[in-house]
Design a protein around this ligand. Structure first.
Ligand SMILES: [Zn+2]
Length: 210
């Protein structure tokens, strides 16, 4: 398995590329920006992009998805509950003082329980509303890997003060859907350093008052 994660754009969203050497297939999660860098990585490893998954509709995660799709033809998955956020991309861009990126409706909604991924590496979509109503995580069970978007961070959780945020709901999503995963699950959050489910269960201050 080829696994690469690097921060993109002014908000340093972690973009993750997962590739399979045998099939030559790849998926990209949260191409918020730096599309030339993503394309160069795919080319370097001779990977064909099969799928683009966006964990939620915030500009720093979805901002480059339409450009990446245009360059590769790969379909974009985004949970339908975040379509209102896509429609207000100009407002999101104004929050950050950026020019609004080109956006396009997703090709399919990333729904809870659905399978995503590529040959040899499939993930289950876990709907984890709270940061936004359409926030999802991707769980690669055999790889013990979770791409957590902005739901769970190392030592923190996603903010809930933006449109669609709900502070009780995000805690419920994390407790009921993420902390039930094996302790050794490697977590790549939407921002910041990697962690594990066990470390967050033990030490995350937002998850202790239960
Ligand atoms: Zn976000």
């Amino acid at each position: 398995m080829i696994l690469e994660s690097f921060p993109v754009g002014p908000l340093q969203c972690n973009c993750t590329i997962l590739g399979d050497e045998a099939s030559g297939e790849a998926m990209v999660v949260d191409p918020g920006d730096n599309i030339p860098q993503i394309l160069a990585f795919l080319e370097k490893h001779r990977l064909k992009l099969k799928q683009i998954v966006v964990t939620h509709g915030h500009i720093d995660h979805v901002g480059g998805a339409a450009r990446l799709k245009k360059a590769t033809g790969a379909p974009v998955l985004l949970n339908q509950n975040d379509l209102p956020l896509l429609k207000m991309m100009d407002v999101q861009a104004a929050w950050l003082g950026l020019a609004p990126p080109e956006v396009a409706p997703p090709d399919a909604s990333a729904e809870d329980g659905m399978t995503a991924g590529i040959a040899g590496h499939t993930a289950t979509v876990i709907h984890t509303p709270g940061h936004t109503q359409g926030s999802i995580c991707l769980h690669f069970a055999p790889e013990k890997l979770l791409l957590a978007g902005d739901t769970l961070f190392a030592g923190s959780i996603g903010r809930t003060d933006l449109p669609g945020g709900d502070s009780r709901q995000i805690i419920r999503s994390i407790n009921d859907r993420l902390l039930v995963l094996p302790d050794e699950t490697y977590v790549i959050p939407g921002h910041g350093r990697v962690t594990t489910i066990g470390e967050e269960r033990e030490t995350n201050p937002f998850l202790q008052a239960r």
